[in-house]
Design a binder for this molecule. Sequence first.
Ligand code: ZN
Length: 186
Amino acid sequence: MELTEDILGLDSVIYVFDKTLTIVEVNAAFVRFAEQNQGGADFRAKYGEGCNLLDMIPERLRPFYSSLYLRAFNGEVVVHDYECHTPSSYRLFRLRLIPLADGRVAAENSLRVENALADPLGLDESAIVQGYVAPSGLIIQCMHCRRIKTATPPERWDLIPSLIKKPDDRISHGLCPVCLPLYYPD
Ligand SMILES: [Zn+2]
């Protein structure tokens, strides 16, 4: 168990939440991150104090994250690595849940790996349509790693930077074979 003040003093992005999964406190690094990257007040209104963690998580993933939070409230330090790419970089983040002495839990988010993301396939729009738009008109994207499923067999999930860059109306979310067992072990 760690003291809240010690945790909040760290220079990584940290938010503290209570048993109702409401964010009750954020640290200076969180505020800096909000201001620099995501538009300050708007970001804090959506992800800051008073927000509920489950509201920020896609419905299908709530059982997974709920179980992580429960383990932390039971006193375990929980570590979970996840991918979150941008159009220009491959990024691996680490979420660490730290039980605090006052019964609350601190979540620390840190960037572990960032590599320039080359476009290995270099696809133009017509190649995307041909390879990745299913007969239903939808593009299936993994809700976690953001890879895109091929439209026809053999099934393959590819990272396509141009489809990360612009949100596309055709995109529907699924889970790729790497993320599925990770988030749904049963
Ligand atoms: Zn995935």
